[in-house]
Design a protein around this ligand. Structure first.
Ligand code: GLN
Length: 488
């Protein structure tokens, strides 16, 4: 018998609904696991033990009275600390929001509660989601459960690590340029960035709003499909969320990829991608072929410009989105500050924001300023359109594109953080999905010297179903997702 904290979301919800397992026992077991391992991992910024246990008792009571229980009945979920949770501190891992307690819930949080999920805590992240390693957090780094010296990936590093270390059953992350898929790859979880517009961003604290989506981090594809079914859908509070009929993504889970047409973009196997990573992806492609899929090499020439375009767009939007942290409406404020408004504004922002955030605000402001706007921002938008066209064209002939998620295996904490450009390069394979808005998933696809690596599958807009079907078939025929690190 697995211990309660080892269950998947599908299993836990089923057992709680049928009263085979008490939600209280399961949540206590999960929180106990956190108590034992989080000193080493540091996945959480805030834990909500009491609230979690209280909700669990309420759910047990409902089960006892045979009241209807939701699709996530009792499921322990960890939420990245950039999604607003009413009454629960939401910091973005920044000193700027160290004591911020939102007066409202993000739409995704409301949807989780509607299905009887239990939030057990808020997870560590790169400050304001800016980073690839979770090292820019004001609250300190999260460690990779597979090797504590290594980064867990970022920026949703706490969410992914919490799932891998079984400190939570599932987690939510946000992905602006890879922040769900990168830590999924580095921690060996499933991580899905939905199509732009599928999941409401209302209550997600913005970094670069034209690029980002909230999505699931889970132990297996079934949990991912379940969580996506819960969080997706039209929301009147987010004008960019699309009006599409609700979908049950669990129905897509078929172990059948016969005839699936896979495109392999040359650019995903280029220079800078480690050989071991390429090898693992080829092995995955062979597996798909043996299951009846067909593949062909394709080319996305504009990929060469994706990283540059991404960083110009992301930083420009960040500079505008983060202007609101002025110490008056939001954010850190030293009450003893004196002087005129701009002196106080500058000082509080210097103290409230970390290095990386300030760097991006300054670069973004530069890119948007008169005289440079055409040269940088407008150009980046044009490149973005060209990239989208390239993807559109290739995906006319193929169902999905397959490649690695990250070009490199997880590296040491501290190894790259002082060299931002090298770090930005690590995002080369994940940013295209954000620039185009297309959905993409990362799946556990192998281990090299005990370190995991992920396979990325990109699909057509709003065709998460096909991505999930391919992912499910891959999972059914491999065992990488079943391996667990030895932490205790
Ligand atoms: N690593 C990328 C960045 O630093 C992506 C971050 C994200 O997706 N939030 O911008």
């Amino acid at each position: 018998m697995p211990k309660p904290y080892e269950l998947t979301a599908v299993e836990a919800a089923h057992m709680i609904r049928s009263q085979e397992l008490k939600a209280e026992e399961y949540i206590a077991s999960t929180l106990d696991r956190v108590r034992r391992v989080d000193e080493k991992i540091h996945a959480f910024v805030t834990l909500t033990r009491e609230e979690g246990l209280n909700r669990a008792r309420e759910i047990d009571e409902k089960a006892r009275k045979k009241e209807r229980l939701g699709r996530l009945a009792g499921v322990a979920i960890a939420v990245k600390d950039n999604m607003c949770t009413r009454g629960i501190r939401t910091t973005c891992s920044s000193r700027m929001l160290e004591i911020y307690v939102p007066p409202y819930d993000a739409t995704v949080i409301r949807k989780l509660y509607d299905e009887d999920a239990i939030i057990i805590g808020k997870t560590n992240m790169d400050e304001f989601a800016m980073g690839t390693t979770t090292e820019t957090s004001y609250f300190g780094v999260t460690h990779n459960p597979w090797n504590l010296r290594k980064v867990p990936g970022g920026s949703s590093g706490g969410s992914a690590a919490s799932v891998t270390a079984e400190e939570s059953t599932v987690a939510l992350g946000s992905d602006t340029g890879g922040s769900i898929r990168c830590p999924a790859s580095y921690c060996s979880t499933i991580g899905l960035k939905p199509t732009y517009g599928l999941v409401s961003r209302y209550g997600l604290i913005s970094y670069a709003n034209s690029l980002e989506q909230i999505g699931p981090l889970t132990k297996n594809v079934h949990d991912c499909a379940l969580l996506l079914s819960v969080i997706s859908g039209r929301d009147f509070m987010d004008s960019t969320s699309l009006d599409l009929p609700p979908k049950d993504y669990e129905a897509s889970l078929k172990d059948d990829v016969r005839g699936l047409r896979i495109g392999l973009p040359r650019e995903f196997f280029g220079e800078g991608v480690e050989d071991e990573v390429k090898k693992a992806v080829w092995k995955a492609v062979d597996l798909f072929e043996s299951l009846g899929a067909v593949y062909e090499k394709v080319s996305l020439p504009s990929m060469n410009y994706a990283l540059a375009a991404y960083y110009v767009v992301a930083m420009s939007e960040a500079s505008s989105n983060l202007a609101r942290y002025d110490g008056l409406r939001y954010g850190y404020r030293d009450e003893r500050d004196e002087g005129d408004w701009s002196t106080v504004y500058a000082k509080d922002r210097r103290i409230g924001f970390g290095m990386e955030v300030r760097r991006r605000i300054i670069l973004g402001t530069y890119a948007l300023s008169a005289g440079y706007y055409d040269q940088y921002y407008l150009k980046a938008l044009r490149v973005r359109t060209i990239i989208r066209r390239d993807f559109e064209k290739v995906l006319k002939d193929f169902d999905v594109l397959v490649g690695p998620t990250m070009p490199l295996l997880p590296f040491d904490i501290g190894e790259k953080i002082s060299d931002p450009l090298t770090l930005y390069m690590c995002d080369i394979l994940t940013v295209p999905a954000n620039l185009t808005g297309y959905p993409a998933i990362s799946l556990p696809a192998g281990f090299v010297d005990g370190l995991p690596l992920g396979l990325q599958i990109t699909g057509k807009p709003f065709d998460e179903g096909t991505i999930l079907r391919a992912a499910y078939a891959f999972e059914q025929n491999t065992d990488y997702h079943e391996r667990r690190p030895n932490i205790e």
